[in-house]
Ligand binder design. Structure first.
Ligand code: PNW
Length: 485
């Protein structure tokens, strides 16, 4: 069996690759140096929300192990590292008139300096889901657009001022779809709001997610304006948003309504956010289905949102089969009145099983979605900010076997090969790739049962880190594809 990818396609010499993580998933130290609680600290305390009662209290203990994590990145050959800043470390209560925590700022400044000294380029996410809890309690967090936007803009400005000169790549929000739908419709993620009263006493699934999505877009737009007006010329960096979305294949390719539903699925997942940014409006399919539940655009808001991406941040994991539904859409539907399936009409699976019920690898879907996005948004510069997989039953394997993660290694060969094909054969302007994740970590509602790392983390023995096979092979895969300068 060959170690390399089977694709002969290339990537440009300056292609940036590395690994991604997020603050709440790795840092731990939730009470240290003045950090305030986030909505995830609060959510984890509700019995039944997280597998086996997991929390981010210790996680990978990365707050205390920044040098170890940098050594790990070096060992993997990474050129870059995407991590997120914990808002409530910087401003413990979160608001624009609340005190700033100098220790929180100093932590990240030191970390970034150490990364730069190691020759690793930081990509910094401002918001990877850990809203300061106080803002949720004070005014309903993301449901209150004006308050949220003003507080987020202030937080962003504080961060730009503190480490803007050191950071050249900024991501405002990670995965607004997950924030809105999983947090305010399904209720599976913090703050856990939903109409399903068996899960939450509060929430209105048919409305809140659309309001939250709108708040995120406006906060993104305002933040980009601040960066461009006050920092970009001096700091010479760039800024964008990261959207998640998977590829869609028709359940029955012979049925035009299933074929049509595939585009609608991607529109509801991705174009919800990307169309306002690149086209200055919500997709017609969403306006049609949601009517006035989808907020309308105030001219000054859409003016800020339209044109607000210096690059497109793409998180991508898998593909689905799509079957159109007939009849009126459910008021709580967020998918576009269709079924998202893992098997097609002939009973064929989209890909092999993993630990996550939603994730079955299908690498060709990555190439197809890169092309779809490029065509719809006029070939933007794309940074893949997450891509990776869990493995069925990985957590139960004996250590020696767990470290031989051939399934994950093959996933990276196939997906990176598909991305190189998109670059070489389809003219897609993809310029960076961050594998999810540098190490096993707190996988949200799935707790510590699900591992996504190229590095094993031994949670029972002092969060010891041991690289898996995939950690070593990713470098070989990129060596094979990236043209020598
Ligand atoms: C992303 N889904 O989340 C996040 O950005 C990461 O923090 C996370 O660890 C990673 O993917 C792996 O899950 C997602 O249900 C969570 O479709 C759920 C879904 C998609 C992305």
């Amino acid at each position: 069996m060959s170690m390399g990818s089977t694709s002969a396609s290339t990537l440009p010499p300056d292609f940036l690759w590395g690994f991604a993580t997020a603050s709440y998933q790795i840092e731990g130290a939730v009470d240290e140096d003045g950090r305030g609680p986030s909505i995830w600290d609060t959510f984890c305390k509700i019995p039944g929300k997280i597998a086996r009662g997991g929390t981010g209290e210790v996680a990978c203990d990365s707050y205390h192990r920044t040098l170890e994590d940098i050594a790990l990145l070096k060992r993997c050959g990474a050129k870059s590292y995407r991590f997120s800043v914990s808002w409530s470390r910087i401003i413990p209560l979160g608001g624009r008139n609340d005190p700033i925590n100098e220790k929180g700022l100093q932590h990240y400044i030191k970390f970034i300096d150490d990364l730069l000294a190691a020759g690793i380029t930081p990509l910094v996410t401002l918001y990877h889901w850990d809203l300061p809890d106080e803002l949720d309690k004070r005014y309903g967090g993301l449901l209150n657009k004006d308050e949220f936007v003003a507080d987020f803009a202030h937080y962003a400005r504080v961060v730009f001022q503190a480490f803007g000169s050191r950071v050249k790549h900024w991501i405002t929000f990670n995965e607004p779809w997950c924030i809105s739908v999983l947090g305010y419709n399904v209720g599976q993620f913090a703050p856990g709001r939903t109409s399903d009263r068996t899960k939450s006493p509060v929430g209105e699934s048919s409305r809140e997610c659309w309001i939250v999505g709108h708040s995120i877009l406006v906060a993104h737009g305002v933040t980009v304006k601040i960066y461009r007006d006050e920092f970009q010329a001096g700091d010479g960096g760039e800024i964008g948003i990261t959207l998640n979305g998977d590829w869609a294949e028709p359940w029955d390719p012979e049925n035009p309504v299933d074929v049509e539903a595939c585009d609608r699925k991607i529109e509801f997942a991705i174009s919800w956010f990307a169309d306002p940014i690149y086209h200055g409006k919500y997709p017609d399919s969403m306006v049609k289905q949601l009517g006035d539940r989808l907020p309308s655009w105030a001219p000054e808001d859409i003016g800020l949102v339209h044109g607000s991406n210096d690059f497109y941040g793409m998180n991508h994991y898998c593909a689905n089969y799509i079957k159109a539904k007939t009849g009126e859409p459910d008021p709580n539907d967020t998918a576009g009145n269709l079924e998202i399936l893992l098997q097609n009409k002939n009973g064929e699976w989209i890909g092999p099983e993993t630990q996550c019920p939603w994730l079955r690898p299908c690498a060709i879907g990555f190439r197809k979605l890169l092309k779809w996005l490029s065509e719809r948004y006029n070939y933007p510069k794309i940074y893949v900010t997450e891509n990776g997989t869990s493995l069925k039953g990985e957590n139960d394997l004996p250590l020696e076997q767990l470290l031989q993660d051939e399934f994950r290694t093959q996933y990276f060969r196939d997906y990176i090969g598909a991305m190189a094909d998109a670059y070489t054969l389809d003219g897609v302007n993809v310029r960076a790739y961050m594998a999810w994740s540098l190490m096993d970590n707190f996988e949200w509602a799935e707790g510590y049962e699900t591992r996504f790392g190229v590095t094993y983390v031994d949670y029972e023995n002092g969060q010891k880190r041991i690289p898996k096979q995939s950690a070593k092979t990713i470098r070989e895969i990129f060596d094979q594809h990236i043209e020598k300068a």
